[in-house]
Design a protein around this ligand. Structure first.
Ligand SMILES: CCCCCCCCCC/C=C\CCCCC/C=C/C(=O)SCCNC(=O)CCNC(=O)[C@H](O)C(C)(C)COP(=O)(O)OP(=O)(O)OC[C@H]1O[C@@H](n2cnc3c(N)ncnc32)[C@H](O)[C@@H]1OP(=O)(O)O
Ligand SMILES: Cc1cc2nc3c(=O)[nH]c(=O)nc-3n(C[C@H](O)[C@H](O)[C@H](O)COP(=O)(O)OP(=O)(O)OC[C@H]3O[C@@H](n4cnc5c(N)ncnc54)[C@H](O)[C@@H]3O)c2cc1C
Length: 629
């Protein structure tokens, strides 16, 4: 495919997806059974995979079509092949050696091998070193014995495992020569390629209903001494030789690479979910009129209430700001991955720290924002057909999977306090943490100056990190490390989030500072940035007084400033959400269609309720008779 700019790629791929013969006709899934939903979503996910294959898409293009998975169009109830696409294939590409890649990839691309990423167990998700599935090497048979010691070590959660995948990358504790070698990835056949029945020694199934994404097809998996050939340990990083001798990886956490990639992908993707929710709420907020009629005789559009502006508009600004930083993280990840493949792991610690805190910040902000946007649609936002509940369920899953957010923020904090204490390798040029070793930016705060806000956000990050680093250091003199760490957990999490916020605003400051061909666009970016900054201060006023150098009077001025900015942004709300370029079929919401014909659509969707088929449903009489009322 020839090189295209971002929006051309989006247009091109968007129309390919929307007009694909196996995708263009959609069905409402609300009243389908669990199995019918699965069949519908799986056939659509398969069509997407075929499309990706036919088009020979690269990773950037795949990321764009995969982003349709959050929409109500492609796989409205969760993509059973998401983990195959986002984790299984990337794990093979990055952790299998060249021989293994050529052995498996043909079958992966022709659809014979469908995989999942099986790491989490019933009793361990966060603490990966604590996983208890074992892979014990036997040099005599040149096989690994894969075993689940008891039910608490059952793999639990992997997406697509339930009934879809026939292979899994299984993360297990490797033993060679009787020695534990840590967690390593193994390619394991779990179902027969022809019959799809579980292979001997394998127990596998689906885990049951969840808050959302019910056709993500999450599963469980147990091994009863399953023999796996030596060649099935993924050997790009660590190796087990035939005689059982073990070669360590070049970086101790090399086998965690897929998690870093997926965190980056989730951060990028969750902003798409926010864009959809913001578009729905914006469109509904101008269609909906309610309240005492004004001078023109009309009831007010709800967006003209100041409170509604506060519920909706900052999240539209956030779509723009978070898109810039997550796109930058994606590019940075591509760069660092190629360095790591070349054997240079110097940039990995900071990539890990940044991916952790951006994944956490974005999923937290987006799920809170989507819930606020849902509430901004009043009762109708509670309807499934508004699509807002599914978007919330999607975003909030991102706060848990691929590393629970608190835990990830603590990883970032660990890196930050080491940087602040000078006990880590000094940051590379262009690092996001150089500010910690420089004097604080003392640009005085001034309402209306984005540069002054950015400096204040930086002072908050710096203040939070240095304060908790000092507290930790002091506690370490008087108590064991684990107790000292635990004593500071809450402040460490706050420090990592403050660092993440600084990263995000610096990235957007750069976007705003770039010359745009259009003055109007530049002014709009400045306005969006001002809204984002003023809102960020209003959400964390205490921090800005404690660390950011703001006075109580600055805080009061900022509150007024924010409300003025919202009024200024309000006339641009619809063009700003139209610019996300989301076709109605992708949004799939009664409240969020482009034409604003909300009430007709709501009635139309109600007509699909099976309880409306007969004037009196048979079930009514049956249930009443049973209860003898
Ligand atoms: C092909 C293209 C596709 C594009 C797609 C784009 C669209 C995307 C659409 C996506 C939509 C939907 C799909 C969703 C699917 C989601 C499915 C979910 C899957 C999962 O959840 S899989 C399971 C994930 N599990 C976790 O994340 C577990 C979290 N825990 C951990 O990661 C670890 O346990 C830990 C990091 C918390 C701790 O590890 P541990 O080994 O104990 O290490 P520590 O002692 O804490 O630290 C030691 C040093 O190691 C450093 N470290 C840790 N991790 C890493 C790492 N990953 N990389 C580099 N370095 C690391 C740490 O910093 C310490 O360093 P120091 O000693 O301080 O120098
Ligand atoms: C929809 C969905 C899809 C998933 N898909 C997959 C998949 O495809 N493959 C896969 O392998 N896994 C998958 N998972 C599992 C997921 O990765 C884990 O659930 C996640 O990593 C969180 O781990 P946990 O469940 O052990 O949470 P826990 O760690 O038990 O979290 C519970 C609480 O304990 C706290 N906590 C835990 N440890 C610490 C600590 N050290 N310090 C402070 N607080 C702590 C957490 O902050 C949290 O508040 C999926 C999960 C979901 C919800």
């Amino acid at each position: 495919m020839v090189s295209r700019n971002r929006s051309q790629v989006k247009d091109h791929l968007g129309s390919k997806v929307l007009n694909h013969p196996e995708l263009r006709n959609t069905k409402a899934t609300e009243y389908m059974s669990h199995e019918e939903k699965y069949r519908y979503n799986l056939s659509r996910a398969t069509a997407m995979l075929k499309l990706i294959d036919e088009e020979g898409m690269d990773v950037n293009e795949i990321s764009k079509v995969m982003s349709h998975t959050v929409s109500g169009f492609t796989t409205p109830d969760g993509n059973p092949l998401a983990v195959h696409q986002v984790m299984f294939v990337p794990t093979l590409m990055n952790q299998a050696d060249d021989d293994q890649v050529s052995r498996w990839l043909g079958d992966v691309f022709n659809g014979t091998i469908v995989g999942t990423y099986a790491q989490t167990e019933l009793s361990h998700g966060t603490f990966v070193r604590g996983l208890r599935t074992t892979a014990t090497y036997d040099p005599a048979s040149r096989t690994f014995d894969l075993h689940t010691p008891d039910v608490s070590a059952a793999k639990w959660w992997p997406g697509g495992l339930g009934t879809t995948a026939n292979h899994a990358v299984v993360m297990a504790q490797l033993y060679t020569d009787g020695q534990p070698r840590g967690i390593h990835p193994f390619m394991v056949a779990i179902r027969d390629r022809e019959t799809h029945r579980p292979l001997p020694g394998i127990t596998v199934g689906e885990i049951g209903p969840k808050l959302g994404q019910n056709t993500l097809n999450n599963g469980y998996l147990l091994f009863d001494h399953v023999k796996v050939p030596r060649e099935n340990m993924l050997m790009r990083n660590a190796r087990v030789n035939e005689d059982g001798s073990y070669t360590k990886p070049s970086h101790q956490k090399a086998s965690y690479g897929t998690m870093v990639f997926t965190r980056v992908a989730i951060a990028l993707d969750t902003v798409d979910a926010l864009q959809i929710a913001a578009t729905i709420a914006a469109r509904y907020s101008i269609v909906r009129r309610q309240g005492e009629p004004r001078d023109d005789g009309q009831e007010p559009q709800i967006i003209d209430y100041q409170t509604q502006q506060l519920k909706v508009l900052p999240h539209i600004a956030a779509c723009y700001v978070l898109r810039a930083s997550t796109a930058r993280l994606w590019e940075h990840h591509t760069h660092v991955t190629s360095e790591v493949r070349g054997g240079d792991t110097a940039l990995l610690p900071e990539l890990h720290a940044t991916a952790c805190c951006l994944k956490a910040l974005v999923t937290q902000d987006c799920s809170e924002a989507i819930e606020a946007l849902r509430l901004s649609c009043g009762g109708h936002g509670y309807m499934t057909a508004s699509r807002l509940p599914a978007l919330y369920a999607y975003a909030t899953a991102g706060a848990t999977y691929e590393g629970e957010n608190t835990v990830l923020l603590l990883q970032t904090a660990r890196y930050l306090v080491k940087q602040a204490g000078g006990s880590h390798a000094p940051p590379a040029a262009g690092s996001a943490v150089t500010y910690l070793s420089r004097p604080a930016d003392d640009t005085p705060f001034a309402v209306g100056s984005p540069a002054a806000y950015v400096a204040a956000v930086g002072r908050v990050a710096r203040g939070r990190v240095t304060e908790v680093a000092a507290a930790l250091q002091a506690d370490r003199q008087t108590m064991p490390e684990a107790d000292a760490w635990n004593q500071s957990l809450v402040q460490l999490v706050a420090a990592a989030l403050a660092h993440g916020r600084y990263f995000v605003v610096r990235e957007f400051a750069e976007v705003v500072s770039q010359q745009s061909s259009s003055r109007a666009i530049q002014q709009m970016l400045q306005l969006l940035f001002s809204v984002y900054l003023a809102h960020a201060v209003s959400r964390a006023e205490g921090d800005f007084i404690t660390y950011g150098g703001l006075t109580p009077s600055d805080i009061r001025l900022n509150r007024r400033h924010l409300l003025r900015l919202l009024a200024e942004l309000r006339p641009h709300m619809i063009p700003l959400t139209d610019a996300f370029d989301l076709p109605d079929r992708l949004i799939n919401s009664t409240l969020g269609a482009w034409d604003g014909d909300v009430y007709r659509r709501m009635f139309e969707q109600a007509s699909h309720s099976p309880l409306n088929t007969d004037e009196v449903p048979a079930s009514f009489h049956q249930a009443m008779l049973r209860s003898k009322l």
